[in-house]
Design a protein. Structure first.
Length: 122
């Protein structure tokens, strides 16, 4: 009987453990949104501190609104290329250049389009 209870207790504990959540959503999110920018990608963030919605690019974008981001205010460059970021869609307006492998950079305003230096317009 004692052996039966211990097996039943182990089985009950195992069943209960499978129902427990492994972690909350906030524990799986890095403390800084900028930390999730993949190697060889150029990332744009909604807010100047690297938080908010993020767009990740290898070839650029003519308008971040296509990724459901109203505008971006910071960037992180994890590529070996310079990237150009413009204040308006279609690569127009004020241009800011982000250095290769530059960490999080506040852009100093709202921006909407970006291209790597390998693109003719940058």
């Amino acid at each position: 009987m004692r052996k039966f209870l211990s097996i039943a207790a182990v089985a009950a504990a195992a069943a209960a453990a499978t129902l427990l959540p492994v972690g909350t959503a906030s524990s799986s999110v890095p403390s800084s949104a900028a930390a999730v920018c993949a190697i060889d990608h150029f990332c744009l963030y909604e807010y100047s501190d690297g938080s908010g919605r993020r767009g990740s690019y290898t070839k650029g974008t003519d308008d971040v609104k296509r990724q459901n981001i109203p505008a971006v205010r910071s960037a992180r460059n994890r590529t070996n290329e310079y990237w150009c970021v413009w204040s308006r869609d279609d690569y127009m307006g004020t241009k800011v250049i982000v250095q290769p492998n530059e960490g999080l950079k506040a852009l100093g305003g709202a921006f909407r389009s970006a291209l790597p230096s390998s693109a003719a317009r940058c």
